[in-house]
Design a protein around this ligand. Structure first.
Ligand code: FMN
Length: 159
């Protein structure tokens, strides 16, 4: 039988960064705080991004086939906090956040360290999150800096 407590304790030791995943559907933009992100191939450059199936962003990625990951800097906890609220509760999260649209039309956070823009090339819809495999089709750096790590925030997402 699965030891639930052991599973939770050990899975929470997986290190994570924090990102704002920017999404779009038609003219509408949205975004959410993401942590279940990693690199998955050098050639072609692929990343995986696991997205909660009942979120608004999930529906938007599913219909548009694109997303962008903006990399947060250590200290940008306020931005992460803003974007983990669901759009259906707080409305437009980009109202008072500076952003610009990338090649994909997805919103990039101007204050982030940099970003990768992705086109979805695969999806595994198992459990409560979809594992989106994204091919990196554009990337940019805004400035140098240390990334924001989930472990430094005291928050948990996992286990
Ligand atoms: C620390 C933290 C990490 C998170 N990581 C993820 C993640 O990797 N994938 C995901 O789908 N949701 C993640 N979330 C939850 C989303 O940010 C949350 O469901 C958001 O409200 C979705 O917004 P939307 O409904 O506007 O798309 C995380 C939340 C927190 C607090």
């Amino acid at each position: 039988m699965l030891d639930e407590q052991a599973k939770k304790t050990i899975l929470r030791k997986i290190p994570h960064g924090l990102y704002i995943c920017g999404v779009k559907e038609g003219e509408e933009v949205n975004g959410f705080t993401a942590s279940w992100v990693m690199q998955a191939s050098f050639k072609p450059p692929l990343v995986v991004n696991c997205v909660k199936q009942d979120s608004r962003s999930h529906a938007m990625i599913k219909s548009s086939g694109v997303f962008v990951l903006s990399f947060l800097e250590a200290g940008q906890k306020d931005l992460a906090q803003k974007f983990f609220q669901p759009q259906r509760r707080v409305g437009n999260k980009f109202d008072d956040v500076e952003f610009y649209l990338g090649e994909t039309g997805c919103p990039i956070i101007s204050e982030a360290l940099g970003y990768v823009e992705c086109r979805v090339v695969g999806a595994v819809e198992q459990g409560d999150h979809t594992v989106y495999v994204g091919e990196v089709i554009a990337a940019g750096t805004h400035r140098e800096g240390e990334p924001l790590l989930l472990e430094s925030t005291g928050w948990q997402y996992g286990g």
